[in-house]
Design a protein around this ligand. Structure first.
Ligand code: B12
Ligand code: SF4
Ligand code: SF4
Length: 231
């Protein structure tokens, strides 16, 4: 198996290798028995590339819950088994694997007031689907250096994202109950159908914005997952 083969297969699913981390003494990902030191291959999405392959998948079509998580698990466990590694996921906690901290080590990201990391090219329009813990002996590609023009863009921005939320859910950290409460009202249909207005207000990564069907899918999943949050 070459890294090229894995990266090619990921691209068929609209996924990309976001970075390869070498284990340090502080890392808590599971060790690989008898295979020496490990690396963590961080896999995710940038822009809307994943939407077409995912929406044609059996998981999206079967109408069962957690379609995106089940799709991610199928792809990740295939490769973990084939490469004798482990698959780790951003979902399924708590506890949660620290995907955003791993992401900070892999690319030139910066924190945003929304809790999401801002990518220098894709803005807020990117995410993580899984990580593979693999032996260091598997040759890893050298990632291209990330462009840095938008790093720190939040410091020079009048918080357009925060101001765009109709109920001020991001005014003092993130008020999950305020957000979910709004999504349950008739006025919340705009967010449910067209996506989070705070995320959409960010001018960074304009070429990577998800399409309407994808943002509606993520918002439906978010609202369904938090249906039990009391007002
Ligand atoms: C818990 C969680 C949330 C919680 C936030 C909890 C909080 N502190 O307020 C909730 C449910 C609100 C949430 C929401 C969303 N999240 Co979230 N979330 C996570 C999750 C599963 C764990 C984070 C964690 O605890 N890490 C462990 C600790 C040790 O690491 P940490 O770096 O200190 O983590 C902190 C931040 O991640 C932060 N945080 C995470 N998400 C959010 C969202 C908001 C709005 C805020 C303020 C903070 C915040 O809270 C963590 C604890 O302090 C991660 C996946 C992962 N495993 O990392 C995704 C993740 C951070 N979320 C992500 C996304 C995309 C979202 C949504 C946009 C998804 C959607 N359906 O639209 C929404 C935002 C909704 C909105 N209306 O704004 C992405 C972010 C990608 C990126 N660009 O950085 C991640 C990495 C998942 C992924 N698959 O890629 N999320
Ligand atoms: S709108 Fe401004 S503050 Fe918000 S994430 Fe984008 S650049 Fe950062
Ligand atoms: S989904 Fe709507 S209510 Fe929730 S944070 Fe985004 S803009 Fe605010």
């Amino acid at each position: 198996m070459s890294a090229t083969e894995l990266i090619h297969d990921l691209s068929q699913h609209g996924l990309v290798l976001r970075g390869v981390l070498s284990a340090t003494a502080a890392d808590t990902w599971p060790a690989l028995s008898d295979q020496g030191p490990s690396c963590l291959w961080l896999v995710g999405t940038v822009g809307p590339a994943m939407w077409a392959p995912f929406s044609a998948s059996p998981e999206h079509r079967d109408g069962q819950p957690d379609a995106l998580d089940r799709w991610s698990a199928r792809i990740a466990t295939h490769w973990a088994h084939r490469l004798q590694g482990h698959a780790l996921f951003p979902f399924g906690g708590p506890p949660h694997w620290p995907f955003q901290r791993w992401a900070d080590r892999a690319e030139a990201l910066s924190p945003s007031p929304l809790g999401l990391r801002l990518h220098p090219e894709h803005g807020l329009w990117h995410a993580y689907r899984f990580a593979l813990v693999l032996p260091q002996r598997i040759p890893a590609p050298v990632p291209a250096p990330a462009p840095s023009a938008a790093v720190g863009a939040c410091a020079m921005c009048p918080s357009r994202c925060v101001k765009a939320c109709p109920v001020g859910a991001h005014d003092h950290g993130f008020d999950l109950q305020r957000c979910v409460g709004h999504l349950r009202t008739p006025a919340g249909r705009t967010c449910l159908e067209q996506g989070c207005q705070a995320r959409a207000a960010c001018p960074e990564g304009a070429g990577s914005v998800y399409g309407t069907a994808q943002v509606a899918f993520h918002m439906r999943a978010f609202a369904a997952h938090h249906a039990g949050v009391s007002d």
